[in-house]
Design a protein around this ligand. Structure first.
Ligand SMILES: Cc1cc2nc3c(=O)[nH]c(=O)nc-3n(C[C@H](O)[C@H](O)[C@H](O)COP(=O)(O)OP(=O)(O)OC[C@H]3O[C@@H](n4cnc5c(N)ncnc54)[C@H](O)[C@@H]3O)c2cc1C
Length: 518
């Protein structure tokens, strides 16, 4: 018999199996010898009371044992002789599409402009230390895509979009901790992600798929209005009946290429703003009432949102115990983002703090037509870059000075390795964005006492929140409405926002391609 129950545990008791067992026995009033196994199904933190505690949902097995679940990878088959599918981009969307294709008996060929995870690391160091951005290998481009050197947060609100559990189990089968299957806010960390990404590549190769690095797709092969393949590095042809385009939100050349081929794309709303960094102990004090967190309590986080003048202002991609990183994909731009290691133990907490941007908010850029959002985004990134000395040092201000429209006299310490300098961020941001952010962060300070402080640093600009362009596709076939054989996929196409939703979109698209092939 299986009984489901909820158990509350103090942080100090987390991970102590005997204590958990005793609590289950007490709650069920069963004989100890009748309790065969206890499985935690869900784990969350409740910090609403005076002292935070863990809330566990468990399955207690009485006089029986849990059945072992078969591994997903056990169902894979060799596909080296199977019909090929081209996947452009080795981000979460592309890689999970490849895994799904293998499961369905098709051969994925991934073409990735960047390098493998190990070689990519050198290019990240060049950005951090020398401000040099390689347009093919950076925080967004390369094996694993933008997700590899990220925070690795794995929660999504897109529950209807796919099979979350399957995506998480695949990550576990490639080396992630089983904790991600039970945590309410699962997280991997950028020190662990590269190994998992490399393991996924090994699986794809093992079953007969291909993963090709330094393969920059520079053109499409379109014949009679149908996508027949792609050209790599201006010379090499790859042909297949279907092309999954999973190039992410920063592949600006791909958007231009689609437009040149008269393949319909659309401007779409997105969000833009800054990253705000607080001392982590301050956030812990606010959220847990503890400046020095007790053992087992993870660095605390927050999620804040409000409306200012009919636009949402919200925190985004919060990285407790994390680092602010330079995420530009081309020289001449300044873009920041956030990541964290698995232990989330840096002394800083940061989050993107952004304003929703609708098409009508970008009227001065309307002459760019479908590229309106992209041109607006790029102009802000260039303004932040041009204000500096040509490197990746980022303009910054204390939060209170930012609100007052002042340049800070000095700045708090930061996790951002290229460094920050005091600058008039209030002038570098478009006025509609600045005005809303200014009001929004004050509102956040009222909602979360202690948030609005001069000890927090505003760093700009956070502009790659989602794609400013959508590549429309049919809801039924997942194929581009006009271009047969083209399957837009993941965040760049406008159908995902985050690692997990991109992975699930990859799986959905792979199933659609399978239907198209059979
Ligand atoms: C620093 C950082 C931290 C983040 N933290 C998180 C987080 O904690 N949780 C979360 O859910 N999300 C996070 N994100 C967002 C997340 O990484 C993306 O939502 C996700 O990676 C999108 O997946 P994707 O596969 O659609 O595209 P991408 O991951 O962007 O992958 C696209 C791939 O296509 C390749 N490509 C582009 N153009 C071409 C071309 N012409 N030819 C060949 N290849 C090409 C790129 O090199 C890239 O590898 C973070 C992003 C960044 C940058």
């Amino acid at each position: 018999m299986i009984k489901q129950l909820e158990i509350k545990l103090r942080p100090a008791d987390l991970g102590k199996d005997e204590i958990l067992r005793q609590r289950v026995i007490q709650q069920l009033r069963c004989k100890p010898e009748d309790l065969s196994e206890v499985h935690i199904r869900r784990r969350s933190i409740d910090a609403r009371g005076r002292r935070p505690f863990f809330r566990l949902r468990v399955d207690a097995y009485l006089q029986e044992n849990a059945a072992a679940e078969p591994a997903i990878l056990d169902q894979y088959q060799m596909v080296d002789e199977a019909p090929a599918v081209i996947i452009v981009g080795a981000g979460p969307a592309g890689m999970f599409a490849a895994l799904e294709l293998i499961e369905l008996g098709l051969k994925p060929i991934i073409l990735e402009r960047g390098k493998d995870v190990r070689a990519r690391r050198r290019d990240l160091r060049a950005i951090q230390q020398f401000g040099e951005v390689n347009p093919h290998s950076n925080y967004c481009f390369g094996e694993g895509g933008a997700g590899t050197y990220s925070d690795g947060k794995l929660y999504t609100r897109s529950h209807k979009r796919g099979n979350i559990e399957k995506s998480l189990r695949l990550l576990v089968e490639h080396g992630a901790k089983t904790d991600i299957l039970i945590d309410a806010h699962p997280h991997i960390g950028s020190n662990k992600l590269p190994k998992i990404v490399a393991n996924i590549r090994e699986t794809i190769l093992h079953y007969g798929g291909e993963v090709l690095f330094d393969h920059h797709v520079t053109d499409f092969i379109v014949e009679n209005g149908e996508m027949r393949g792609v050209i790599v590095n201006d010379k090499q042809e790859y042909r297949a009946q279907a092309v999954i385009l999973a190039t992410g939100h920063s592949a600006r050349d791909i958007f231009h290429l689609l437009h040149r081929h008269e393949i319909h794309i659309e401007a779409k709303p997105f969000a833009l703003g800054v990253r705000i960094e607080h001392p982590q102990p301050l956030i812990d004090k606010i959220q847990y009432g503890q400046k020095h967190r007790e053992d087992n309590l993870p660095a605390s986080s927050y999620r804040l949102a409000c409306q200012v003048k009919e636009r949402g202002v919200f925190s985004f991609c919060m990285c407790p115990g994390g680092l602010v990183v330079p995420a530009a994909t081309a020289p001449g731009e300044l873009v920041v983002n956030g990541m964290s290691l698995s232990r989330r133990d840096s002394p800083y907490a940061n989050s993107g703090t952004v304003v929703a941007v609708e098409i009508e908010d970008m009227a001065p850029f309307a002459k760019h037509g479908v590229f309106t959002g992209l041109a607006f985004q790029q102009s802000v990134e260039q303004a932040f870059f041009n204000h500096g000395d040509g490197g990746q040092q980022a303009p910054a201000a204390r939060l209170t000075d930012f609100v007052r429209g002042k340049v800070s006299q000095n700045l708090p310490d930061t996790s951002y390795i290229p460094g920050i300098y005091a600058a008039p961020i209030h002038e570098l941001l478009p006025s509609g964005i600045y005005d809303r952010l200014r009001q929004g962060v004050q509102e956040f300070g009222r909602k979360m006492k202690g948030y609005y402080t001069g000890d927090a640093t505003v760093i700009g600009t956070e502009s790659r929140t989602s794609s400013p362009i959508r590549i429309p596709r049919s809801r039924e076939t997942y194929m581009h409405e006009q271009t047969k054989g083209l399957f837009p996929c993941g965040e760049g196409a406008g159908y995902a926002g985050g690692i997990l939703s991109a992975a699930m979109d990859g799986q959905n698209v792979a199933r659609a391609v399978h239907r198209y092939y059979t």
